[in-house]
Design a binder for this molecule. Structure first.
Ligand SMILES: Nc1nc2c(ncn2[C@@H]2O[C@H](COP(=O)(O)O)[C@@H](O)[C@H]2O)c(=O)[nH]1
Ligand SMILES: [Mn+2]
Length: 144
């Protein structure tokens, strides 16, 4: 691959399964975020869609009613086992047209159709995060 060298301006670390002590509504509490990220005001985050859809670089809005949290991704519409029954290798190839990926049926359970629609998830999260960048997939790399 060609292209220009890239200079790193900012690195975003974005845990989505963890517990820490925070202050909410005037009380110190232990808060667990399970499948959720910290979206306190000004905090950068990443919300990925699926192996074939957009991902979003976001900044938290600090919504107190959500305990300064937002979704960490689109989330599943089908469990892995349900997706394996529902989708085929041909449907995976069709969904991944235009994106480089390793073509194997091992990824059928991660087909974009197995996840919720990320655009809708982002619309639903509009009170929680502001979108800074929308990333389009070019290459998808997964282990199996
Ligand atoms: N950009 C990509 N997003 C993906 C991919 N596989 C899953 N996802 C999304 O990330 C979250 C988190 O996934 P998890 O399996 O680590 O919990 C998930 O909700 C999906 O929305 C991918 O290959 N690329
Ligand atoms: Mn996860």
């Amino acid at each position: 691959m060609g292209g220009q060298p890239v200079t790193e301006l900012e690195r975003i670390n974005c845990h989505h399964n963890y517990t820490e002590q925070e202050k909410h509504f005037g009380k110190n509490v232990w808060l667990s975020r399970k499948g959720a990220i910290n979206a306190e005001a000004g905090r950068p985050g990443l919300i990925p869609g699926s192996m074939g859809t957009a991902s979003y670089v976001v900044v938290g809005k600090g919504n107190a009613l959500s305990l300064n949290s937002s979704p960490h991704g689109a989330g599943r519409a089908f469990s892995r086992s349900a997706a394996r029954k529902r989708f085929s290798g041909d449907e995976l190839r069709e969904a991944m047209k235009g994106i480089e990926y390793r073509d194997t049926d091992a990824f059928i359970d991660e087909i974009p159709g197995a996840y919720k629609a990320i655009d809708q998830v982002m619309a639903d999260a509009a009170d929680l995060v502001e979108i800074r960048h929308t990333l389009r997939q070019i290459v998808n790399v997964k282990g199996d």
